[in-house]
Design a protein around this ligand. Structure first.
Ligand code: INI
Length: 155
């Protein structure tokens, strides 16, 4: 049996867009830090990252479509934090953002990662943005790196 998988190293010329939402930026800025740090530590060049800011998670898929259509990037890392409040708003925003990212990504043959936190509390978000439960921004970037290399292996 032949196993085909993506390595976790970069050449240094890969161009990446990070789309980050300003909403809950206390959390999402930490996700960007984690993603950037992961990219650099795996051989990427910080000069090859463009950070694209959108108002909230709902807007991520629209920006993602534009970014991928521009053909300027090898991969896109989507980051955001949707935190449950007292109304059903959370359910609509998190579902639409997640579905939207997947739907847009399927139109293009480029790696896209979903680094969208969907948490019940702000504490859970803090835990996933560089404390107790790691940094989901870094995990989202790592998945892009693996997928970039997997695409090369698949040909
Ligand atoms: N956007 C988020 O990114 N996170 C949230 O927790 C959130 N909540 O809870 O309201 C949120 N709302 C804004 C939304 O993404 C859009 O920007 C807004 O509806 C305008 O289209």
């Amino acid at each position: 049996m032949k196993t085909i998988e993506g390595k976790l190293n970069l050449k240094g010329d890969e161009k990446i867009a990070i789309i980050n939402s300003r909403f809950n930026h206390i959390i999402t800025d930490r996700l960007v830090e984690g993603a950037k740090d992961c990219f650099i530590r795996n051989g990427g060049d910080a000069n090859n990252i463009d950070l694209i800011l959108v108002p909230g998670a709902f807007e991520i898929p629209f920006a993602l479509d534009k970014v991928l259509a521009s053909n300027k990037y090898d991969a896109v890392c989507c980051l955001g934090a949707v935190i449950r409040g007292d109304t059903p708003h959370f359910d609509y925003i998190s579902a639409e953002a997640t579905k939207g990212i997947a739907n847009v990504a399927l139109k293009y043959a480029k790696p896209v990662s979903n680094g969208l936190l969907t948490t019940n509390t702000i504490d859970q978000a803090i835990q996933r943005a560089g404390s107790k439960a790691g940094n989901k921004g870094a995990e989202a970037m790592l998945s892009i790196i693996e997928m970039l290399n997997l695409y090369k292996e698949i040909g």
